[in-house]
Ligand binder design. Structure first.
Ligand code: NAI
Ligand code: MG
Length: 358
């Protein structure tokens, strides 16, 4: 079987961690007996912007519609193109046009990684953040009025739809049903945001009727953020709107050590369009070019992609590989964000070795 995969490294450390992600994928393909047809693209980069004045070619969607998955690095080079332009011109287009309405982010404390949370052991922190990825607070409805006067006013509307909420809730409840804890936690702020958020709560209550064996919990986003730090063991599947989910899915990885290992999947569950897999982190201009970026976020994203493609065994092997390398705790191998002196390529090689010799 051959998988056709678009490979888009993007900018900054995206171009440094992507080769390691591809090496891990290729190793898994060789061991588990499938083929990769990789389509490398220089889109979503400052280089593309400078050459063409856009982040991607106009026919990007047609050209990607037929791939099995998109493997993405990171976009953003603020010295050349403003962040809202680079983001809206690439990753946010994929999520919306390809209707990748689930953003899935595992939060798992690995053996050998020190959590900044006191006294937490691997096994105690193992949950998912499910973020609504196409609507909500990230809307382009709004505008500026009375510009340049002292009546200057800006408005940006939050858009929530029944379909949009229900489908991401259904994904979260289904995911919880496959896990031992069978628990869904919903994040809102219905005291302050008194129109959209109570509606989200209503849809959660309605959805929970169809899942009688799932335990449902709900918090306001502020105390929920505090509880990620104080009681990370409470959570199993946390579901949230676009903005709240964005914040929680950076906080979660921070609670388990480093954002450098955190993966994410932008999923179109129906498979009508390709899904996209990328590390949680951005292009990290502060460490770009030094060869010290942690490649595990990219490699773990490769594992999520393999799982999505139906290669569950290969996905598990990739996860086992980076978990064992991190657990071994060789400080000359792991990168500085994990307290080591290793390099991107060195850590990548160790993981590839572990895939080849499990
Ligand atoms: P960032 O994730 O790039 O960096 C935040 C901090 O984490 C930095 O100190 C960085 O050195 C560190 N870090 C990130 N990834 C790491 C890794 N793999 N290994 C070790 N350390 C790592 O977020 P920031 O600085 O807010 O944004 C930088 C650029 O990235 C901006 O242009 C932003 O728009 C873009 N961005 C793109 C995203 C995407 O492509 N989906 C997501 C987040 C930011
Ligand atoms: Mg984010």
């Amino acid at each position: 079987r051959t998988y056709r995969i678009a490979v888009i490294p993007g900018d900054g450390i995206g171009t440094e961690v992507m080769p390691e992600g591809v090496r891990a994928l290729q190793a898994a393909a060789d061991v588990y007996g499938f083929e990769l047809d990789l389509v490398e693209l220089d889109w979503a980069s400052a280089g593309h912007w400078q050459a063409h004045g856009t982040m991607m070619p106009e026919d990007w969607a047609e050209r990607l519609e037929t791939v099995d998955a998109i493997f993405f690095g990171a976009v953003g080079w603020p010295d050349v193109v403003p962040d809202h332009v680079s983001l809206w011109g690439s990753i946010l287009q994929f999520r919306r046009v390809f209707d990748q309405y689930v953003n899935l982010r595992p939060v798992k404390l690995l053996q050998g990684v020190r959590s900044p949370l006191a006294g937490r052991e691997p096994g105690e922190v193992d949950f998912y953040v499910v973020r609504e990825n196409t609507e909500g607070e990230y809307s382009s409805v709004g505008g500026r009025m009375f510009e340049g006067t002292d009546r200057e006013t800006v408005i940006q509307e939050t858009i929530m739809t029944r379909t949009g909420i229900d489908r991401v809730l259904r994904y979260a409840f289904d995911l919880a049903e496959r896990r031992p804890a069978k628990k869904v936690t919903s994040a809102t702020k219905s005291n302050g945001i008194a129109i959209t958020m109570p509606y989200w709560d209503e849809r959660v209550a309605a959805m929970s009727e169809s899942y009688p064996d799932i335990d449902v919990d709900q918090f306001h986003i502020d105390i929920l953020a505090a509880n990620f730090v104080l009681h990370p063991d409470w959570f199993d599947v946390v579901v949230a709107s676009n903005l709240f989910g964005d914040i929680l899915s950076d906080l979660g990885p921070a609670c388990v050590g480093t954002i450098g290992i955190a993966p994410s999947a932008n999923i179109n569950p129906e498979g009508t369009h390709p899904s996209l897999f990328e590390p949680v982190h951005g292009s990290a201009p502060d460490i770009a070019g030094k060869g010290i970026a942690n490649p595990i976020g990219q490699i773990w994203s490769a594992a999520l992609m393999l799982d999505h493609l139906g290669e569950a065994e290969a996905a598990a092997a990739v996860e086992d590989a980076f978990e064992s390398v991190v657990a071994a705790g060789d400080t000359t191998v792991v990168t500085p964000d994990l307290g080591g002196t290793g390099t991107t390529a060195g850590l990548g090689s160790a993981i590839v070795d572990a895939i080849n010799h499990p």
